[in-house]
Design a protein around this ligand. Structure first.
Ligand SMILES: [Zn+2]
Ligand SMILES: [Zn+2]
Length: 287
């Protein structure tokens, strides 16, 4: 199983000299298996470059897009995804089942004429939709589990298992118990269940938008302080933790410093051997 980050920024695209290293595009992760299954997690602005790559190198034109939730930074790349304009491709979109509109209606909403010149139903690819709740299902050779996260919108985390490896994606999540922000207290209750969802994963991609101090002033915004993300990884016996959903105000230099601090503060005996900030363009092989 390979993982490639196409967008690691949270909330708002942030191109510029201060974000060259970790990237300015919003949430998008490509997952590919040895058998050739293509699964994309989230369709932020990073999806545009992935679409260009698919067209350029002639990778499979069929794929699967898992959307964690429909905040802009997770869907804004969809109208610009080149494979959706190709008549001979088939894409299957999965997203949490909402309370009001369907996922198709919500995605069509951001493509109304006031916002975009092409309607969703005018895109030439065959696009099918499945609405998700918590549970398990399979896409070809990939076993997938979903679990709700603690965010301001109904949001799912994804656990993907294939090729003898497990990957967990949990972006746009904050501690259920705000007292866990410092990362020193043992996880309990729903925070423990959150960690168990990631149990023994080869890679945990987790929200790490804030420092613990920043989080104090942003409780309820739906994003995690770095020490909490590390505590989740440690509790889950994960070896590699990729922090993502970088704050739009976070420069590359600040991110290097914060991740370095987090590595140093990891307690002895921790299973977490590698903590890093997810970087646009980075490829990781698992299994
Ligand atoms: Zn987000
Ligand atoms: Zn969000």
């Amino acid at each position: 199983m390979h993982v490639r980050f196409w967008g690691t920024r949270g909330s708002l695209p942030k191109p510029g000299p201060d974000t060259l290293r970790f990237g300015g595009n919003t949430s998008c992760v490509e997952v590919g298996t040895a058998a050739g299954t293509l699964i994309v997690i989230d369709g932020g602005t990073g999806l545009h470059a992935l679409g260009q790559e698919i067209v350029k190198v002639g990778k499979p034109r069929n794929g699967h897009l898992l959307i964690s939730h429909t905040h802009w930074d997770h869907i804004q790349g969809i109208p610009f995804f080149a494979p959706f304009f190709m008549a001979d491709s088939h894409w299957h979109i999965f997203a949490p089942k909402g309370f009001g509109s369907t996922i198709e209606e919500t995605l069509a909403g951001q493509m109304q004429y006031a916002y975009f010149p092409v309607r969703l139903d005018q895109m030439r690819a065959r696009i099918t939709f499945t609405e998700l709740v918590e549970g398990e299902f399979e896409i070809a050779d990939v076993r997938i589990r979903t679990q709700y996260l603690n965010h301001t919108a109904l949001t799912l985390g994804f656990r993907l298992e294939a090729d003898g490896a497990a990957l967990v994606y949990a972006s746009d999540h904050e501690p259920y118990a705000a007292g866990l922000a410092g990362g020193n207290e043992p996880l309990t209750g729903k925070d423990l269940a959150h960690a168990e969802f990631a149990k023994d994963a080869d890679l945990l991609i987790h929200d790490g938008q804030f420092t613990a101090d920043e989080y104090d002033c942003r409780i309820g915004w739906g994003h995690s302080p770095l020490p909490y993300a590390a505590a989740v990884a440690r509790t889950a016996h994960v070896t590699r933790l990729a922090l993502t959903h970088h704050d739009p105000l976070r420069t590359d230099a600040e991110l290097v410093r914060l991740v370095g601090q987090q590595r140093l503060s990891e307690p002895q005996g921790s299973t977490v051997k590698d903590i890093f900030a997810a970087a646009e363009g980075e490829v990781i092989e698992l299994g």
